[in-house]
Design a protein around this ligand. Sequence first.
Ligand code: 0PR
Length: 467
Amino acid sequence: MTEETQGFQADDSKEQKAQNKSLLSKGLPSKGRPADEVSALVEQRLSSDLAFTSGNILGSMCSQPHPFAASIFQQQLAKNIGDPGLHPALAEMEAETIRILGSLCGNPKAVGSIVTGGTEANLLAMWTAKNNTPKESREVVLPETAHFSFDKAASLMDLTLVKVPVDPHNRVKLDEYLQAVGPRTMALVAIAGTTGLGAVDPISEIAKIAEKHHLYLHVDAAFGGFVLPFLEAAGYPVGDAAEAVNSEAADSEVTSGSGQTVPLKAPAVFDFSLAGVSSITLDPHKMGRTPIPAGCILYRNEEIAGSSTTHVSYLAGGKTRQRTIVGTRSGAAVAAVWASLQHIGFDGYRDTVRRCMQNTYFLKNRIDAMSGIETVIPPVMNVLGIRPSQGTSEELAESLRARGFALSLFPGFLRITLMPHLNQSHLENFLQVLQDTLQETVNAMQKIQKEEPNIHSNRNQGENDAR
Ligand code: 0PR
């Protein structure tokens, strides 16, 4: 080491020390501050974030948790279900929760776990499929609309994703799906409630492909799992998946006796009642009204699930096994899911779905009646895609955000999720703001055209051409 570099190092460490000192002054306080002072600070520091209760979050798949579920979560905060030997009663509660959710998905004998969310559930499904499949088969056939958690799975497990295009209603194209299946196929994926538009793939047809070729089929019902089982009881029609794919009639909206439009039919079955389905993701922390984190992975049977079990030699006398990616796991989430299912019940979830669907159609009908904006597909569940006819979706998202409304931005459209925290007065507020925003775009366009009459400003030409 030369003197010069030594000198530099000495200076550096001096600087470093000064920096550390300033960091420490902003870092861990040497003496703890009083709880009420910190609590006020937390409230003050976070008050500028959007809240579900304000009605301004229109693009999230999460919602304000049911207050009862939140209270149970709080009550059981210390429980770690990753060490079930400490909490055998909670472990039994988890098993019971899985049986209830399995029944909701056509199989009371399903096995599985309450996990951190849809991402962990999808990763587990892909891990389990991998463990059940020979090494040469590492391709996953899935719709191009699949959630990005499958990209994470591919990167983590060195899988190849074969992404299949979708039809104008956002359902995967069956003929192309079938063509993508080959000798290297490890698993098939179908979606019951796509992230962008809430569409449902032709799952019964895909299940037949899985059965015929003895392939693992995972259904991602992270969103739809707490919607589809209640749709019919809520007064919204469900039909056969094949019918929805093949018949022209099912491709269009129908008008009910009351003159209201009703949705495209969702398939009557998406779940284990189809023999080819191996596993299902469904998320209580989306439409199940529980606090975050709560996802769920369900497997058809023990034989399938068994391949992704880790035996832990030192916990609970060496008898512990884990079937999740995380180790320490929220027991409060398990208790909150069980308690929500008991307290809300079938009728409660049906009513929630009905209210969310009514809000979806309320908003859709009002947006359809506006100029300068259109809906992307007739909704199947409580997800609505909208796009402006002038300006881009990005610009509209930005203008709405500047006015305090958060929507999700997908290529070519904005997503609105009509979650339980939204009511009609929130939607009226939003519609007014949307109307003003669109009017502003029209005014801006007119001004440009007046000032520069030879320039036909149409910055969104590319987006419009792609439709
Ligand atoms: N599968 C589907 C079909 C999903 O839509 C999602 C997430 C997942 C899996 C993954 O679920 P986790 O996020 O629980 O791991 N869907 C939402 C989305 O990407 C997640 C979300 C929720 C994002 C609330 C933002 C938000 O505010 O839009």
